[in-house]
Design a protein around this ligand. Structure first.
Ligand code: FAD
Ligand code: NAI
Length: 475
């Protein structure tokens, strides 16, 4: 007789582990299966996000920013640093410690919530009598069965055709986060979120960074006024960004990579670098799940087909996070995980896709929620826009970080906030107020009339709201 559970969650990333905890809180007997291995072959809960994504990238972004500040900006504050040096191994080691703290934290939460954890690869074995049999191939092999299955198997880095990742010279996000030394010349293909975050880390640490982007527009999905401001800042920092290129043959040598490409003017070019990071998006991961055994439907890109409620084509089989449609973000995966657990319990779990924030953790940070000016124009929606530059914000001046602005877009007739776009210091934190405002369907006038602490960066949000009505007080 196999072990039986109310809910089996496949994948222990933010979608899966949060779904498992919420289902356990709701009184279900829950198992979570995850195959990720740490350096010693043991489990490493948290998925891409914890092991090779959100957490380690933010650790390195923080460390490299400290180095940049010490090397280039402390002097502005009258602080002289002599003999500044860099210990990459220590920096990467600190990042690994941060990752392990998060791995261990999730294992603790599983114990606390009585989620049974299985370390190994899960695959569908059979569906019978209202139960799904799931094979777990770990140190040993066993089959467990469950009434409900939540698939949260995440995504993998997209491979550039003909150029597989070797993680030595051609790196995915995995290799990009564990280089042992700063490459003299670093190339990146794709100026998306990973390209900009990883490019920033290694540029701050001293690499000469060139980013090759296929599209003619920089950060095409971002409000273009914000994207232009960010582009200006990155170029000033020394990031070389070539837009509108067509990448051709990529040759790897013993210690170098050569990228042939055609630039935006149609000229053939070659980029010779010591390491190349390929960050051209991610693909849903269903490898080894044996979806065909039970007839779980996938779309043409290999993602699991779900409806708005994360229901698949099979009864009681759900899917959340990167393995389904929608933005590939940890917090989106978590929200879906919670909503599915609540739906299984007969509740009305809900995810508001209109208010999922995005953050790019560069310096300046870029953050937004809701619609861009370009989207509103395309939809023919009448809107009013208000912007406020950090240059006119007292706290930003005191911090010595006045790049960027807050931009608010509100409906012309009702004044409901339709989008907020920020480029500048602590945009990642400032956006939370705007998400709350949009969840409550606030107007720009609401934000404009709320008392914001002085001096704080959040006053820029209030002033942007005032700017919608053309009545800024400090600009
Ligand atoms: P994952 O986190 O990918 O987890 C899936 C888990 O399932 C993995 O542990 C995998 O081993 C396991 N698994 C897969 N198949 C099986 C199987 N058959 N059996 C057992 N286990 C299996 N998002 C943000 O919101 N903020 C950020 O700052 C951010 N930074 C990022 C930085 C980088 C470099 C990268 C690559 C991504 C980043 N993301 C960020 C995206 C974020 O990591 C993903 O959106 C998030 O991890 C998706 O969660 P998930 O649970 O769907 O999948
Ligand atoms: P991305 O989709 O953000 O960017 C990929 C870029 O590569 C695009 O600009 C695209 O035009 C370009 N591109 C695609 N094919 C190309 C080619 N052949 N030649 C040149 N350019 C090409 O994907 P990225 O950066 O790989 O990140 C994957 C996902 O991971 C993100 O979309 C995001 O969902 C998630 N992520 C989130 C982070 C965050 O929230 N801060 C940080 C890092 C990743």
């Amino acid at each position: 007789m196999s072990k039986q559970f109310d809910v089996i969650v496949i994948g222990g990333g933010p979608g899966g582990y949060i779904a498992a905890i919420r289902a356990a809180q709701l009184g279900f007997n829950v198992a979570c299966i995850d195959e990720w291995k740490n350096a010693k072959g043991g489990p490493a809960l948290g998925g891409t996000c914890t092991n090779v994504g959100c957490i380690p990238s933010k650790a390195l972004l923080q460390s490299s920013e400290h180095y940049e500040q010490a090397g280039h900006h402390f002097a502005d504050h009258g602080i002289e640093v002599k003999g500044l040096s860099l210990d990459v191994a220590k920096m990467v080691g600190r990042k690994d410690t941060v990752v392990k703290q998060n791995n261990d934290g999730i294992a603790y939460l599983f114990k606390k919530n009585k989620v049974t954890f299985f370390h190994g690869r899960a695959s569908f074995a059979a569906a019978k009598d209202g139960l799904y049999d799931i094979k777990v191939a770990g140190a040993a092999e066993e089959v467990i069965s469950g009434k409900h299955v939540i698939v949260a198997t995440g995504s993998n880095a997209r491979v550039l055709p003909g150029t597989p990742f070797d993680e030595e010279l051609v790196l995915s996000n995995d290799g990009a986060l564990r280089m042992g030394a700063v490459p003299k010349k670093l190339g990146l293909i794709g100026s998306g979120v990973i390209g900009l975050e990883m490019g920033s880390v290694w540029r701050r640490l001293g690499a000469e960074v060139t980013v090759l982007e296929g599209l003619p527009t920089f950060l095409g999905a971002v409000d273009q006024q914000i994207a232009k401001e960010a582009h200006k800042a990155f170029v000033k920092q020394g990031l070389k960004i070539e837009l509108g290129v067509k990448v051709g043959e990529i040759k790897t040598g013993k210690n170098s990579v050569s990228v042939a490409y055609v630039d935006a003017k149609g000229q053939a070019q070659t980029l010779d670098v010591d390491k190349l990071i390929v960050s051209i998006g991610r693909v849903a991961n269903t490898v080894g799940l044996a979806t065909e055994t039970v007839g779980l439907a996938l779309d043409e890109r290999g993602a699991i087909v779900v409806d708005g409620d994360c229901k698949t084509n099979l009864p009681n089989v759900w899917a959340v996070g990167d393995v389904v449609r929608g933005p590939m973000l940890a917090h989106k995966a978590e929200e879906e995980g919670v909503a599915v657990a609540e739906r299984i319990a007969g509740q009305h779990g809900h995810v508001n896709f209109n208010t999922i924030p995005w953050v790019i953790y560069t310096n300046p940070e870029i953050a937004w929620v809701g619609q861009t000016e370009e989207q509103l124009k395309a939809a023919g929606r009448a809107y009013r826009a208000g912007t406020f530059p950090f240059l006119a914000n007292g706290r930003a001046r005191a911090l010595g970080d006045t790049t960027g602005m807050v931009k608010m877009l509100a409906d012309a007739a009702t004044d409901e906030i339709l989008g907020v776009h920020i480029v500048g210091p602590m945009a990642s934190e400032l956006i939370a107020e705007c998400v709350v405002a949009m969840e409550f369907r606030a107007s720009s006038e609401d934000i404009a009339r709320i008392c914001h602490a002085h001096p704080s960066l959040s006053e820029a949000t209030k002033e942007a709201a005032l700017a919608v009505d053309k009545r800024t007080l400090n600009f």
